[in-house]
Design a protein around this ligand. Structure first.
Ligand code: FMN
Length: 216
């Protein structure tokens, strides 16, 4: 029987920064860019890491971390295997949620919206920039499938590495990019006494953004 854990006393105040209505641009992507840049400059661990929440066709949620690779034309872009668990869920239900969490800055951003695949040409362009081993790895990993052993994947990796020595490693069709078009973006800045600052941008029918302060 696993032992109980008591974590009730692990708590701290969030007091280093604030976010006011006057800090907010009309276009939320200006603030996304500012916060991402500050996370990179602050040298937080994995500043571009984000949680991606998807759902099964039955509405059961599932979450994993990926790396944001681009913000393009108001869309959040990441890359993965289209036949992975998330890939199969996305194919059945294009509604997704993203969360960036930067502990060192006491900040998070939540995004909700719909996701679509990048074009094969766009995926090719990013794939070609990846290191050789990452390109080989993408080709041989049946991501999210059960495999018999670590040796199994190492053997596949070694064989595929040899196959492409001195050649361009082509992108497999089951690997590529997705872009999330946001409908909601919430900026959260931790404050004293759990009275955090939260601002929600909601996309209106005409494409502009409404801004609301939310209760902490
Ligand atoms: C920091 C971090 C970054 C990651 N980045 C990616 C990524 O960019 N793409 C990806 O496919 N998996 C990435 N992963 C692995 C995923 O979290 C996950 O294990 C994988 O995509 C399979 O998820 P799925 O079975 O839900 O489809 C990352 C994991 C961590 C911890």
């Amino acid at each position: 029987m696993a032992k109980d854990l008591h974590l009730e006393n692990i708590r701290r105040e969030y007091s280093s920064l604030s976010l006011s209505r006057w800090d907010l641009p009309q276009d939320p992507f200006e603030l996304v860019e500012k916060w991402l840049n500050q996370a990179i400059e602050t040298q937080v661990n994995e500043p571009t890491a984000m949680l991606v929440g998807t759902a099964t066709p039955e509405g059961r949620p599932s979450i994993r971390t990926v790396l944001l690779k681009e913000v393009l034309d108001g869309q959040f872009v990441f890359y993965s295997n289209y036949e992975s668990r998330k890939g199969r869920q996305i194919a059945a239900n294009p509604h997704v949620a993203l969360t960036f969490l930067w502990h060192e800055l006491e900040r998070q951003i939540h995004v909700e919206g719909q996701i679509h695949r990048l074009s094969p040409e766009e995926s090719d362009a990013y794939f070609a920039m990846r290191p050789y081993k990452s390109r080989v790895g993408a080709r041989i990993s049946p991501q999210s499938q059960p495999i018999p052993s670590r040796e199994y994947i190492m053997m596949r990796f070694a064989a595929e590495s040899l196959r492409f020595v001195g050649q361009t490693v082509p992108r497999p069709e089951n690997w590529g990019g997705w872009a999330v078009v946001p409908e909601r973006i919430e900026f959260w800045q931790g404050r004293d006494s759990r009275l955090h600052d939260r601002f929600l941008y909601e996309r209106k029918e005409d494409g502009s953004w409404g801004i609301h302060r939310l209760a902490p």
